[in-house]
Design a protein around this ligand. Structure first.
Ligand code: GLA
Ligand code: ZN
Length: 663
């Protein structure tokens, strides 16, 4: 795959239009007019590719691929495993998933195959081999897109047996497993591997070590299925490159693990713009956080595989992107490290579930529609920004985001079962750093911290010994660390750490957790400056951790709780450690607190902001390679340094030697 241009295009479903050659011909003209240079094909074509068992029809697909290629449009070719034909689901019931309540599904929808079923794997192998034989060496196919938005769980007998094998490999003996799960609790010791069942609403759901291992197992099944499909194609097409489309805040798959298996990370991005509860800047930051997460998975440019040109049809309310938002979002994607902007979908389907989903070409077929005109404008802009392709983002701050930790926090009970708000916590740190013009990566507990100046551990509840050590080393060598409440609580099996916590970090922080109090929604506690208790700093909410300072080498409290029985305990504390520093945040504070906090912390950590001084509120600054992007999330024009005006929702792109372009 080349990186000399930005890819632009999206999902194309010509299989729905084979009886309308006029429309297929028009698609080619309009794609060219919109500067489209890539399409994704085939993800939902299985019933046409193999209408009967063992009978394959690939000619129509070859024609489409080659007609596109003649017009300079390459193909990202999907394997069709996400949606199987009806004949298969009826003939082979084992390919249908079994739900957690142990009911096998009827034939329905998509993304609901059993990833363990040998029959399903055999059918997938056969169709993937046909596609690889035909297109594996075709220059028109630049990337293979395995399946579509993998996820969900299967609880069938085949998966139960596989789960037990997975546990045997992990623990070796039942004794080790019982210990790791603390199964003695409520007398749940297992005496035979066959007694172990996946969690179920009417079955086991209180052994949290089991729930955590089940999540790991399901994730590993998806990754195994991806590898299986990838290798089916690779056997016949050794030079092929692979991706699979990942999703927003997704829970089922450890994407850090998945990313090791793909050649390029890609994701599908569907923010709900124009919510009454959120500013455009907040929606943009939420989206930016995901772009940065997907960039971080490999520390390399990623692809935006899907986004809507106008609106989705599955959100609670389907709102149109207002004029200018599509351009703002597309350029933001590039600024955060994408080498593509792609849509779902090129042309709206006529019937079934997604007929009202936004598309570049709607049911009226017009090219003077707003969706087409905006899409064509974006295509032209991406051609101008071709030099951004393949370029890297700076390394400055890293936030820990770990699937294991997220699963463990969410599967645990107490101290707040009304929602721990893990993503909300991540966003508080991300938004403040981003608004300060600091580049943020996400790391998991196996990533290196090399090259970062600041590492943030928000709610690092499940903290591995090795990562705790790496964080201490990082500080020792001069790095700055921020650790929040509810960190270092359990080990990898969700067993509580014995002794002082945050486990492995008490010396770094100069304090230990004494207790943690849950706050009702809306309940807050005043926090005051340690040096002047009359000065209010912020309010604590959600969870208030009460810490005791280390007697030998105490942290310096900067902010104190100002009320409740824990008044006077540190809410924010700082501690020197080796050549670096560590900050401790005992609770969740108001967003403005983090803006002020990270201004100081990033400055002291020596991280240079890419944000020019005196930018108005609501203008975001992001650096990628040589380019600096300033994006105005306001509807009104913003005054830029130098006196230029940036229109509402406009983007200014600068190079080192000055402004390149306002888009
Ligand atoms: C997902 C799927 C697409 C389509 C879109 C609609 O991202 O991958 O096939 O259903 O959602 O938004
Ligand atoms: Zn199964």
């Amino acid at each position: 795959m080349q990186t000399t241009k930005l890819l632009y295009g999206g999902d194309y479903n010509p299989e729905q239009w084979l009886d309308r050659p006029d429309i297929l011909a028009e698609d080619l003209d309009l794609m060219q007019k919109a500067h489209v240079n890539v399409v994704s094909l085939g993800m939902f074509s299985w019933s046409l590719l193999e209408p009967e068992e063992g009978v394959y029809h690939l000619d129509w697909l070859a024609d489409i691929i080659h007609n596109l290629y003649q017009r300079g449009i390459s193909t990202i070719l999907a394997t069709p495993s996400a949606a199987r034909p009806a004949w298969m689901a009826h003939k082979y019931p084992e390919v249908r998933r079994v739900r957690a309540d142990r009911v096998r599904e009827l034939y329905n929808r998509r993304q609901n195959y059993c990833y363990t079923s040998p029959v399903y794997r055999e059918k997938v192998r056969a169709i993937d081999r046909k596609l690889a034989e035909r297109f594996g060496h075709d220059p028109a196919v630049i990337l293979w897109h395995i399946s579509n938005e993998m996820g969900g769980e299967c609880h069938c007998p085949l998966c139960q047996a596989e789960f037990r094998r997975w546990l045997q490999r992990r623990y070796g003996t039942l004794d080790a497993l019982n210990k790791a799960w603390n199964a003695r609790f409520w007398s749940h010791d297992y005496t035979d591997w066959d007694q172990i069942e996946s969690p179920a609403p009417q079955g086991e759901n209180a052994v949290q070590g089991l729930t955590l291992d089940w999540k790991r197992f399901v994730s590993s099944r998806h990754i195994d299925f991806f590898k299986f499909e990838r290798d089916c194609v690779r056997q016949l097409a050794p030079d092929a490159r692979f991706t699979t489309n990942m999703m927003y805040r997704f829970h089922d798959i450890d994407y850090f693990q998945m990313a090791k298996e793909v050649d390029v990370v890609s994701w599908d991005c569907y923010p709900t713009w124009h919510k009454s509860t959120e500013t455009v800047e907040q929606t943009a930051l939420d989206t930016a956080m995901m772009h940065d997460l997907f960039y971080s998975l490999k520390g390399k440019p990623f692809l935006l595989m899907e986004s809507t040109p106008t609106c989705a049809n599955w959100q609670p309310i389907s709102k149109q992107k207002k004029p200018g938002i599509s351009m703002l979002a597309a350029l933001q994607t590039v600024a955060h490290g994408a080498d593509s902007v792609c849509y779902f979908q090129w042309r709206a389907s006529r019937g079934a579930e997604e007929k009202f989903h936004g598309a570049v070409i709607g049911h009226d077929g017009r090219s003077d529609s707003r969706s087409f005109r905006e899409a064509a404008g974006i295509g032209a802009a991406l051609e101008e920004l071709a030099a951004a392709a393949g370029t890297a983002r700076p390394r400055q701050a890293a936030i820990l985001h770990d699937w294991d930790n997220m699963w463990a926090i969410e599967g645990s009970s107490g101290p707040r079962n009304a929602g721990m708000g893990y993503w909300k916590e991540l966003a508080l740190h991300y938004n403040a750093l981003s608004r300060a013009g600091i580049a943020v990566d996400f790391v998991d507990q196996t990533c290196s911290l090399e090259g970062y100046g600041l590492v943030v551990l928000p709610m690092a509840y499940l903290l591995r010994e090795s990562f705790a050590r790496a964080v201490c080393d990082f500080a020792q060598k001069g790095g700055t660390v921020v650790v929040t409440y509810w960190s270092g609580v359990v080990d990898e099996s969700d067993l509580c750490r014995l002794g002082d916590t945050p486990y492995g970090l008490t010396k770094l922080l100069g304090l230990r957790r004494a207790e943690i109090d849950g706050m009702y929604d809306g309940e807050t506690r005043r926090c005051v400056l340690a040096s002047d208790r009359l000065q209010e700093v912020t309010h604590a909410s959600t969870l208030c951790e009460v810490a005791a300072l280390d007697e030998a080498d105490p942290a310096e409290p900067l902010v104190l709780y100002g009320e409740d029985y824990f008044a006077g305990a540190p809410a924010v504390a700082r501690h020197r450690y080796g050549g670096g520093r560590a900050y401790y945040l005992a609770s969740r504070f108001e967003p403005a607190f983090y803006d002020a906090f990270y201004q100081v912390v990033a400055g002291k950590a020596g991280l240079a902001s890419c944000r020019p001084a005196a930018l108005p509120e609501g203008v975001l600054a992001v650096r990628r390679g040589e380019l600096l992007f300033l994006q105005n999330c306001n509807t009104i024009p913003a005054l830029l340094p130098g006196g230029d005006e940036l229109p509402g929702y406009g983007t200014a792109v600068y190079k080192a030697d000055g402004m390149v372009r306002v888009l």
